[in-house]
Design a protein around this ligand. Structure first.
Ligand code: GUN
Length: 288
């Protein structure tokens, strides 16, 4: 392996410590404790783990955590009523409704019901629009984490060729907007892209967010590129065991890349750290 390993765990711990320090100043100087409400509907085990980790990290940073666990049979009207109560609650500065939601609930309607000022996921169309217009916004956590990680390797991204593989509203599109705001030349590639290996090979910064285990191979990567792997895929590891892999074939990619994020321990820890930072930002904005 020749690539530098980008230690997302350590970089996230550093950001969480900064959020904790800022939260403690906010409490001392303004008597304000930022509050994050996390809503989980149903019992999806992966979502339950994420929600538990978010609650734990929130408390560790000195923020207030409000967890709402609703039955899988919850109706859309019941969930919208909870969102409306949280919108009106002055102790709640950030609201996150964990996705995916059960099939009887229209996730887009729920996202649009959240007050954009409390939308710490940055999924509301008002925040997505503000990001693409270059206006101050609450920005989705995973994309912000990706850019922070890339900048630890190359603080000035201006002029870089960035290729984002994946066009979701949650990762692909917002990370492309953030890289554009850093003055990168940005390409968004997706399942219909012709010659995907050739497009990836152009990248100085390659962000993989497709959700397909080890799809991006070593010979798609330009020597020296920065590779940010957003994928978290659970695959068979033999003998009835499973393991987590990214969207990038790590060993192959690490032999040619200049720097690469591992899975786990790369982008994943940054998502929670950026969520805490967004909650602090939301609270500060609401305080005026
Ligand atoms: N499910 C997986 N990732 C996320 C996220 O970043 N936010 C929300 N709300 N749900 C998720």
């Amino acid at each position: 392996m020749s690539a530098t390993l980008i230690d997302g765990k350590a970089i996230a711990a550093d950001l969480r410590a900064k959020v904790a320090a800022a939260a403690s100043r906010l409490a001392r100087d303004h008597g304000l404790v930022p509050g994050l409400a996390v809503v989980l509907v149903g019992e999806d085990p992966a979502s339950a783990v994420y929600v538990r980790n978010k609650g734990k990290a929130t408390v560790e940073a000195g923020l207030a955590s409000f967890e709402h666990k609703l039955a899988a049979t919850t109706s859309q009207a019941e969930l919208l009523a909870l969102v409306s109560r949280l919108n009106a609650d002055p102790a709640v500065h950030g609201i996150l409704v964990q996705l995916p939601l059960p099939p009887q609930i229209d996730a887009q309607a729920v996202i649009e019901a959240i007050d954009p000022a409390k939308d710490v996921d940055g999924f509301h169309p008002v925040n997505a629009g503000r990001l693409s217009a270059g206006l101050p916004a609450l920005v989705p956590c995973t994309p912000v984490g990706c850019v922070i990680l890339a900048k630890t390797v190359r603080p000035q991204l201006a002029g870089c060729e960035a290729v984002v593989v994946g066009r979701s509203n949650i990762v692909g599109k917002p990370v492309a907007q953030l890289l554009l705001a850093e003055n990168c030349t940005v390409t968004i590639a997706h399942s219909k892209t012709r010659d995907l290996p050739g497009v990836c090979w152009r990248a100085d910064i390659l962000v993989a967010a497709v959700g397909r285990p080890e799809m991006i191979r070593g010979d798609w990567i330009k020597p020296g590129a920065i590779v940010i792997d957003v994928g978290i895929n659970r695959v068979e590891a033999g003998e009835g065991k499973t393991k987590l892999v990214g969207d990038v074939a790590f060993a192959e990619a690490a032999a040619v890349a200049g720097a690469i994020t591992p899975v786990p321990g790369g982008v994943g820890p940054m998502t929670i750290a950026c969520l805490l930072a967004n909650t602090l930002k939301a609270a500060s904005m609401q305080a005026g």
